[in-house]
Design a protein around this ligand. Sequence first.
Ligand SMILES: [Zn+2]
Length: 152
Amino acid sequence: MKRSADTVRKWCEIILGQLGNPRVFALDVDEVDDVNTLILGSDTIPGPTLRALSEKAPGAAESGVLTFVSLHPSGSGSGVRLPDSLPEHQVVLMLAEQLQEEVWESSQGEAVPECPGHQHPARADAVDEVPSWVCPREGKVLRPILSADPPA
Ligand SMILES: [Zn+2]
């Protein structure tokens, strides 16, 4: 099934909200015919700043969505490939992990999202195929990642 850039962008915004609404300098979401092509050529990005996109993976063309997010005024950031063949919960988890990493880097490791009562941040994980924030130590489910409810 074809996943729309609008859907993915909305997920990114929900997740960023849960990560404390960091200042976003770039959020690019594009539907592409082949997610294995490297995204370069964004005017705002000087030099090789793409970290998460590794070299071309082997295999046939896979349609999907590419994201790139920058939380840094220099425009540096990272992207993630989201093939349409992946189930939704897996895509949401990939986005959550990537965005969490970017927030950590831009905030010197601030523990977001908060894991109540603990020093560590919550971790993105699938609970019965529902992407959720869980306590990495106790495995306790804190809340669904795409919950419409604001964090308590
Ligand atoms: Zn915890």
